[in-house]
Design a protein around this ligand. Structure first.
Ligand code: ADP
Ligand code: MG
Length: 348
């Protein structure tokens, strides 16, 4: 139909039809999109208020974060910071400085059990990438002195990040996905999404409300089972996040049968080996939950639980090798254990 022939009433009807169609696409079937970004499967499910534009914008932001923060790819800002270690500060956008600053904060809160300069150790082991291997003890000893978060210089006035010693490597892998989840949530809300679930390789954040008004229910991964199996359910309101760090995420089994995973003890340079198999954080900020899940895992049950208890709006679920589950004091209000193979336990 030629618009020039439209009467005012017809135009009005067209607008009404357009609005109705929009409303149907918004509250109709869920919209799903998944892609490989940040080294993992990132998926977004919009239940209310979805649009292709919202999904495009969300994945564009994810790729932007990958292009600046990935330590494994060439050409990223983090790669440039690493190449210039011992030489010169490197211009870094505000988001890279923010995420680096957060990582340094968790490093200081954990006396370096969490340390974003773990890069030289990560690189030696190469777990989850081609060429994973058990490094020689001498290699580990040579790399350990380069793990030193205290020497990192983030200069907000100059807009730079500097690693003062050659060979130092910044690795934001323990915290970048959390930041990315917060950013995707922000972008979706900006695009008028009303209800969505963001899942960045198990780093989950819920946005807004479910169309039927019921709370969000997110399963917590069973660390002894294949992906998809749960040990229980977290019941959440919009804006909440569930992030898990565990021995099952990335690992390899050495020739002698030893299971090495991707969270490293900054003192020994070997995988953290403290009896824990996973730590889940339930909170509202995904960058903090991601930073904390790795931090508490590295600290171990006793010290990790103490740190969780000292923070507002943070709940933690620790699981150990004996399938014992330890909850922070407010966790039972948001998490229900549903798997008979696991038992709730109290800290000694
Ligand atoms: P995932 O990436 O599976 O969600 P984490 O958030 O726990 O798991 O991050 C693990 C990653 O953090 C490792 O792959 C590595 O890049 C980095 N890392 C390993 N050990 C440490 C550590 N002690 N402190 C900070 N980052 C670490
Ligand atoms: Mg983490």
């Amino acid at each position: 139909m030629n618009a020039a022939f439209c009467t005012t009433r017809m135009r009005l009807a067209l607008v009404v039809v357009a609005i109705t169609a929009l409303a149907m696409s918004c509250s109709g079937k869920p919209m799903d999109r998944a892609d490989l970004v940040l080294g993992t499967v990132c998926s977004i499910r919009i239940l209310d208020g979805g649009s292709e534009k919202a999904l495009d914008a969300a994945f564009a932001r994810l790729r932007e974060i990958e292009a600046s923060m990935s330590a494994n790819a060439a050409g990223t800002v983090v790669a440039a910071i690493n190449e210039a270690a011992g030489k010169a500060p490197v211009a870094a956008p505000a988001d890279v400085r923010y995420v680096t600053g957060k990582a340094l904060w968790y490093a200081s809160r954990s006396s370096s059990a969490f340390d974003p300069t773990i890069g030289p150790i990560v690189k030696l082991w190469n777990i989850g990438l081609d060429g994973e291997r058990v490094p020689a003890p001498e290699e580990i000893q040579a790399a350990l002195p380069l793990v030193d978060y205290r020497s990192v210089r983030v200069d907000d006035a100059a807009g730079t990040v500097f690693l003062p010693r050659a060979g130092m490597l910044l690795d934001l892998g323990a915290i970048a996905k959390g930041y990315a989840a917060d950013e995707v949530a922000r972008v979706l809300l900006e695009k008028r999404v009303k209800g969505a679930v963001i899942d960045l390789g198990g780093n989950v954040k819920v946005v807004g409300k479910k169309p039927d008004g019921s709370p969000w229910r997110i399963g917590i991964q069973n660390p002894f089972d294949e992906r998809g199996e749960h040990i229980g359910i977290a019941t959440l309101t919009g804006g909440a996040t569930v992030v898990t760090s565990g021995v099952y995420e990335r690992y390899f089994i050495a020739e002698d049968g030893t299971h090495y995973h991707h969270i490293f003890d900054t003192k020994t340079g070997y995988s953290v080996n403290n009896g824990l198999v996973s730590v889940t954080i339930i909170s509202s900020s995904s960058i903090d939950a991601d930073g904390l899940s790795t931090t508490l895992f590295s600290l171990g049950l006793k010290e990790g639980m103490a740190l969780a208890e000292s923070l507002e709006h943070v709940e933690a679920v620790f699981i150990d090798e004996e399938k014992r589950v330890y909850l922070s004091s407010g966790a039972s209000a948001v998490f229900k254990l549903g798997n008979q193979a696991f038992t709730l336990a109290q800290l000694p």
